[in-house]
Design a binder for this molecule. Sequence first.
Ligand code: GLU
Length: 299
Amino acid sequence: MSTYPGSKTYIGRFAPSPTGRLHFGSLLAAVASYLQARKSHGKWLVRIEDIDPPREIVGSAEAILSDLATLGMTADEPVLFQSHRFKAYQQSCEQLIQSGLAYWCGCSRRDLPATGIYPGTCRNGLPPGKLPRALRVRVGDVPLSFMDRIHGEQVDDLQSSIGDFVIKRADGVYAYQLAVVVDDAFQHVTEVVRGTDLLDSTARQVWLQQCLGLPTPGYVHISTAVLPDGSKLSKSMDSDPICRQAPAEALRAALIFLGHEPPAGGLASIWHWAIENWSIARLSKDHGIAVDLGNLAGK
Ligand code: GLU
């Protein structure tokens, strides 16, 4: 069981971005994080990551929360909205600037190499003629490692894989990497359970935790659901919304994908079985084919 320093309680969370309704991929992260928390007799929190207005779809935060409620998942504390947390993100940016770990970069998209690895152009000060645009954090020059409970030890040399990365964008939006780290610490999250699409981001988050003097939670990255042609499911695509008419079937499909086959039954009995039988040892490292939730309800 993973606990926060000074706390005896397991705290897990589900942190959707309001870019569409809950789809099969996000349902998996919700169910897996919920069951880890319930199995550990801990708390399960929900955080709406609404920091990037251009990507958001109006009404989707409410729709996600209502889908979770229909499925029988209620958070143990009031839902945290990242749009209410800008002051905390700003304070962390200032902390990093003051400690010399963050600097202003004047590069526009056009100035950056196609590799996406930042070459450090503004690391030692803005070149003449450039104005400050984005805030970047300096990465260390030694590989960083962390443990994932499914994928084992992960090692990432941030300098060669990504370079100094953006924590506040040129349009003033705080980067996901910064906000997620500040809020996981604020909410005393002890273990992060989410999709493998975020495994690559984790080293950046661990680095930021180290720079800000924050503890590193445990990590569990569950395999991602893909479409039958192998392409990625995404909330911003028009993927299948959870059918309100068939929450038990949707939950059952998610559990089967996650390696747990509950006996047939209603929502309450499936949850009861799932909490008793949940084990991350049953989760596969490989991608699986997403279930068309629309079909479950006979649509
Ligand atoms: N907000 C992110 C998403 O919806 C997930 C963040 C996380 O779990 O760390 O993809």
